[in-house]
Design a binder for this molecule. Structure first.
Ligand SMILES: CC(C)(COP(=O)(O)OP(=O)(O)OC[C@H]1O[C@@H](n2cnc3c(N)ncnc32)[C@H](O)[C@@H]1OP(=O)(O)O)[C@@H](O)C(=O)NCCC(=O)NCCS
Length: 158
């Protein structure tokens, strides 16, 4: 796979992506790196996905190369702040796409929602690969939050 940024693009997620997102959300590492690690059942996913697509403060994009979906990035906007969630399809990891999807995602959310001034990411301390992606994209460590089971590192970029 070439790494030229121009080969890749983001498109808004749509209802036809329901099962693609279902597969992605239940992939083992995605569950491990989430704050709630339980497997998500199809009924809950469908309800969440349909509601999410209608939510005006939620922006979900799919990273594409030609017709191939490679990963997803979501921004939940509240006032001037947008919180990121993202993942890369496990077959395409460790090729620079985690880094790329954040970079393209920030460009896109700035165009689609111009009230966003600050991007926030909360990452499990054990998720080193994701932390590298945020640092490479100019995020700074803002602080740590302790949950009963794990530590979360908060990153911010203005
Ligand atoms: C986190 C995630 C999105 C990273 O995507 P990716 O495409 O693999 O990331 P990149 O290829 O851009 O790699 C980022 C860094 O991690 C390193 N890395 C990634 N996978 C690696 C592996 N298997 N072994 C060693 N290093 C690895 C890369 O070398 C790179 O390091 P560098 O900045 O020093 O060059 C991906 O692992 C994923 O989808 N994980 C599950 C969901 C998740 O954790 N989402 C984030 C929630 S906050």
């Amino acid at each position: 796979m070439q790494k030229g940024k121009s080969d890749f693009y983001l498109r808004r997620a749509n209802i036809d992506d329901m099962m693609l997102f279902f597969d992605w959300v239940n992939e083992k590492t995605v569950r491990q790196n989430s704050f709630s690690t339980n497997i998500i059942n199809i009924d809950n996913h469908k309800a969440w996905f349909e509601k999410s697509l209608k939510n005006k403060d939620r922006y979900i994009y799919v990273l594409m190369k030609d017709d191939l979906p490679l990963g997803q990035i979501r921004f939940d906007v509240s006032n001037e702040e947008a919180e990121i969630d993202y993942s890369i399809d496990r077959s395409y990891r460790n090729k620079g796409l985690g880094n790329l999807i954040i970079s393209l995602g920030i460009e896109q959310i700035s165009k689609d929602c111009n009230r966003v001034k600050k991007i926030v990411a909360r990452v499990k301390e054990t998720n080193v690969y994701s932390q590298k992606c945020f640092l490479k994209n100019g995020f700074e460590e803002y602080g740590k939050i302790s949950d009963s089971d794990y530590e979360i590192v908060e990153y911010r970029k203005s």
